[in-house]
Design a protein around this ligand. Structure first.
Ligand SMILES: Nc1nc2c(c(=O)[nH]1)N[C@H]1C(S)=C(S)[C@@H](COP(=O)(O)OP(=O)(O)OC[C@H]3O[C@@H](n4cnc5c(=O)[nH]c(N)nc54)[C@H](O)[C@@H]3O)O[C@H]1N2
Ligand SMILES: Nc1nc2c(c(=O)[nH]1)N[C@H]1C(S)=C(S)[C@@H](COP(=O)(O)OP(=O)(O)OC[C@H]3O[C@@H](n4cnc5c(=O)[nH]c(N)nc54)[C@H](O)[C@@H]3O)O[C@H]1N2
Ligand code: SF4
Ligand SMILES: [Mo]
Length: 744
């Protein structure tokens, strides 16, 4: 028996924990936290330990699946690609290029292959509409950043390790392990904050695990953070805690913003957001008194009709108190693989309006080139020029994750052709004509290009594959480049993949050498020869690392980073605590942070209306559970065993008035649909709020998830109407949904 050890970063969530894998005879026998990992120092959660089980899951696809006689059956790679070519070319011939839609799911955000080739694939296929999980998640935050800083990726992250006061809204990192703030071990980091005398205040309609360990928990009415944040600003001003004159010159328009927020006093908003005015005023005073303080908001603040405006106000609170871009406050990472803010110069900023067009049927905004997920069903089902007749889904399960699921499920069934790249036949991919099997995470390399750009320390960590992929199998980058080849009319052969990959590498080098940061005298051909020992995403990553802010610039900076250097450091490289990055990182046309953006200022009218809107008797919110990851890890027995997790949490007072009992069932009905869920009576939820997790409902006919089917649960997104969105970003409302509840 040959035993080996491998180290890799867990790709499952944003925390990016270092894992230590024990292997015997090519099988993973045990996974533990990597004590030497520079970022996670041994921390991990139960999900990280199952990568071996996932690899061996008999339901995980090992070969392509092709539909014949109405059934999905295993097929060869050649059969699968032939069928894709025939299917897509047929749709294009009959209806034009615009008839194809693409949906990119959450795992693609953590996927090196996706990071390096999705764009080439999309450009070459020229689909009529691109959708992603972003508009059921963080798009409002990206839009606010695009407007304020000139780049959607310029997202401030809380400097958890150095702050002394943290207000956390709509996040539950003790369960989610953090989001848009990459940091392993939130439990340890938040405990350390309190040990050093700092305070944590959680604003959440639910007394979550994170709220339990906080100094204060403010149980807000779902969807009203925008009012609470506006009132926090006015309380800071009233308490004379704000001196705009001492703030940096590159913060533009804060005086205008502060003046516009004046009507939103704590007394004006308390009745609507459910937090007493004295508590808001007291919080403002304590926040202002701390030397280093930060407001951090996550998904509870973005999946509401006011997500963009709330994200903006979070930055306003941090800015007016001197905590934006300051240690212990909200800061910006400087990622090793580079970003839009490490390339180019402040003077060359181009603040393009991130939204320009609107969708065909619902006239929702198209932000950063993507259609809102809320528009998907209508774009498929509504006839006319531009109707989608074919879909490609890559690493997504929108039947469980997107709004008005029942209707979307019907929409997928109506397509002329569908391709999926996924690990399972699940609720979404069961509709496909061809499924290309994504390799297991142990069979591919990992470097989290996106999430390391949002890390609370500057860190770089590369993981080579642990297990070998079958000789005839494609990795996702090869699948995506074959699709690109098809789109370009070049065919889908190996030589096309090689040519597109080589061209992308050459383009990336040329563009990097043309950057003002590049040392003089480098030759693109010589540089390319240095990286050509690798191919595909690994070569692209090597180029990005070498030309990034710590890069070796092909030898010009001999102590700098390259992929070789990362390979020699399997526990990662710590590049230090975050440092202030403004004004250099700003990319707006004025060169300043544009707090007084007209779209955001104009939205305050809508906020004023919210103030006077009646609160529905019952609203639905969602939740995450530690042993789950959106919709797709429910086929791991070790994660789903034990008591049912997909329950409707109801406050005891509400249970009494509604006639619900623990262990009984409730029928929950919204404008879009109705589900029956088991009742859990608990005072963790605010009265008037019920909570149901998303990602369940594994009883669909045709799915092949044997373990998940035993713990099916219900699909909470049957209850989310598709027509309520944040009008700026198109992001769906997934919390605060009015519902009726009766015993079932
Ligand atoms: N275990 C586990 N971890 C995960 C995931 C998972 O499914 N399971 N998913 C991953 C993904 S894709 C993401 S995006 C992240 C998300 O990470 P987080 O943003 O931390 O997400 P949640 O744990 O859902 O926490 C959101 C909180 O917002 C609260 N909330 C709901 N509505 C409102 C509101 O109107 N205002 C306020 N202030 N709070 C509100 C909810 O009660 C909940 O406690 O988690 C990631 N990590
Ligand atoms: N009601 C409600 N709905 C929500 C949310 C909520 O809080 N409440 N949260 C939203 C959020 S934050 C998100 S991010 C979305 C997630 O929405 P999606 O991305 O649509 O859904 P996931 O459940 O993450 O599905 C991931 C899919 O990718 C496959 N997969 C896993 N790993 C890989 C891989 O490496 N490669 C490929 N090709 N496929 C892979 C899985 O089998 C699964 O089919 O859900 C959103 N929906
Ligand atoms: S916290 Fe996230 S990254 Fe860490 S082990 Fe769990 S799933 Fe993996
Ligand atoms: Mo997400």
């Amino acid at each position: 028996m040959t035993s080996t050890t491998a180290f890799r970063t867990c790709p499952l969530c944003e925390a990016g924990c270092g894992l230590r894998l024990d292997l015997a005879d090519g099988r993973v026998t045990r996974i533990r936290g990597d004590l030497e990992d520079v970022f996670s120092a041994g921390f991990l959660c139960p999900k990280g330990t199952v990568l071996g089980h996932f690899h061996e899951d008999p339901d995980r696809l090992r070969s392509p699946m092709v539909r014949s006689d109405g059934e999905l059956r295993p097929a060869t790679w050649a059969e699968a690609y032939d069928r894709i070519a025939e299917g897509l070319e047929g749709v294009w011939r009959r209806h034009g290029r615009g008839a194809l839609g693409v949906y990119l799911g959450n795992p693609m955000a953590h996927n090196l292959d996706g990071a390096m080739t999705s764009r080439t694939m999309l450009r070459s296929l020229a689909p009529g509409a691109v959708f992603s999980a972003s508009t059921v998640d963080q798009r409002p935050r990206e839009l606010a950043s695009g407007l304020l800083y000139g780049q959607s990726g310029t997202i401030p992250v809380p400097d958890i390790d150095r702050t002394e006061f943290m207000i956390m809204l709509g996040a539950n990192p003790l369960v989610s392990n953090g989001s848009l703030a990459t940091a392993p071990d939130w439990p340890g980091r938040l405990a350390a904050l309190r040990t050093r005398g700092g305070e944590l205040v959680v604003v959440d309609p639910v007394r979550t695990k994170t709220a339990e360990i906080a100094d204060d928990h403010l149980a807000i009415v779902p969807g009203t953070d925008v009012l609470f944040l506006a009132a926090l600003v006015t309380a800071l001003v009233d308490g004379q805690h704000v001196d705009l004159d001492v703030l940096p010159d590159h913060f533009r328009g804060l005086d205008v913003v502060v003046a516009a927020l004046a009507p939103f006093t704590p007394e004006a908003v308390e009745g609507r957001c459910g937090i007493p005015a004295p508590a808001i005023r007291d919080l403002a005073a304590r926040f202002a008194a701390a030397d280093r303080a930060v407001v951090y908001g996550r998904i509870g603040t973005t999946v509401t009709p006011f997500g963009t405006t709330a994200s903006w106000l979070i930055d306003v609170v941090n800015a007016v108190t001197g905590n934006l871009d300051a240690p212990g406050g909200a800061m910006f990472s400087r990622p090793a693989s580079g970003s839009a803010t490490t390339r180019g110069r402040r003077e060359d900023g181009r603040s393009r309006r991130p939204f320009s067009r609107s969708t065909r049927v619902d006239e929702l905004p198209i932000v950063l080139g993507e259609y809102p997920a809320a528009a998907m069903a209508d774009e498929i089902l509504t006839e006319g020029e531009g109707q989608l007749r074919a879909m490609l889904t890559v690493g997504g399960n929108p039947v469980l994750s997107c709004p008005d699921s029942e209707r979307f499920d019907t929409a997928l069934a109506s397509l002329e052709f569908m391709v999926a790249v996924d690990c399972y036949v699940n609720e979404t991919t069961r509709h496909a004509d061809v499924i290309l099997p994504a390799p297991s995470h142990l069979e591919k390399p990992h470097y989290d290009v996106a999430l390391l750009g949002l890390a609370i320390r500057n860190v770089a960590n590369y993981s080579p594959p642990v297990l070998e992929l079958a000789d005839d199998a494609d990795r996702e980058w090869q699948m995506l480049l074959r699709l690109a080849g098809l789109g370009l009319g070049m065919g889908m052969g190996d030589e096309v993949v090689a040519a597109l990959d080589d061209e992308a590498a050459a383009r990336s080098i040329r563009s990097a050498l043309g950057d003002p940061a590049a040392p003089d005298g480098l030759d693109a051909v010589e540089a390319k020869a240095m990286v050509d020992v690798r191919q595909g995403p690994e070569r692209m990553l090597d180029i990005q690392l070498r030309t990034g802010p710590y890069g070796d610039w092909f030898g010009a900076n001999p102590d700098g980073l390259s992929l070789d250097v990362l390979e020699a450091n399997p526990h990662g490289i710590d590049l230090g605590a975050l440092e202030p990055r403004l004004p250099a990182a700003i990319r707006t046309s004025s060169g300043d942070v544009e707090f007084d953006q007209e779209d955001l200022m104009a939205d305050l009218d809508r906020v004023r209306h919210l103030l006077h809107e009646a609160e529905p008797p019952f609203v639905l919110t969602g939740r995450r559970t530690l042993r789950s990851n959106n919709s797709w890890m429910h086929n791991m027995r070790t994660l789903v065993k034990g008591k049912a997790r997909c329950t409707l949490q109801v406050h005891p007072d509400d249970a009494a008035s509604l006639g619900l009992v623990a262990g009984g069932a409730a029928r929950v009905t919204s404008r879009s649909g109705s589900v029956i869920a088991p009742v859990e009576v608990t005072d963790v939820v605010r009265p008037g709020v019920v909570s149901l997790p998303h990602g369940w409902g594994h009883d669909a006919e045709g799915s092949r998830l044997r373990v998940a089917a035993e713990h099916a649960g219900v699909n909470s997104n049957i209850l989310t109407p598709a027509d309520v969105v944040d009008p700026l970003s198109g992001t769906s409302q997934l919390t605060g949904i009015p519902v009726e509840i009766v015993p079932a």
